[in-house]
Design a protein around this ligand. Structure first.
Ligand SMILES: [Fe+2]
Length: 99
């Protein structure tokens, strides 16, 4: 059995590993479309590596009777920024001026 704090941290890391895998895979798709086969293959290999990291943690949590909780993987915008709440933070140009 693992503690709840450790379980939460491991679940967060699983998400981070899967996010990295997803990102590498999207880059692989981009390079495939650009007919850059070598880069596409390298990115694909990286995606698989990150997926293996996620699965090692996934199995670790399950082997210790923990609970794996998978969460949403953020989409990427064409400019590479994450589509998440953090990207909605007000910028210096959108802040209200002092009253
Ligand atoms: Fe990793």
């Amino acid at each position: 059995m693992i503690g709840i704090r450790l379980q939460d941290a491991l679940n967060k890391q699983i998400n981070a590993e899967l996010f990295s895998s997803y990102l590498y895979l999207s880059m692989s798709a981009y390079f495939e479309a650009e007919d850059l086969k070598g880069l596409a293959h390298w990115m694909h290999v990286q995606a698989e590596e990150e997926n293996k990291h996620a699965m090692r943690i996934f199995d670790f949590v399950n082997d210790r009777s923990g609970r794996v909780t998978l969460t949403q993987i953020d989409a990427r915008r064409p400019n590479g920024s994450r589509r998440s709440k953090r990207s909605k933070k007000p910028t210096s140009t959108s802040r209200r001026s002092p009253a």
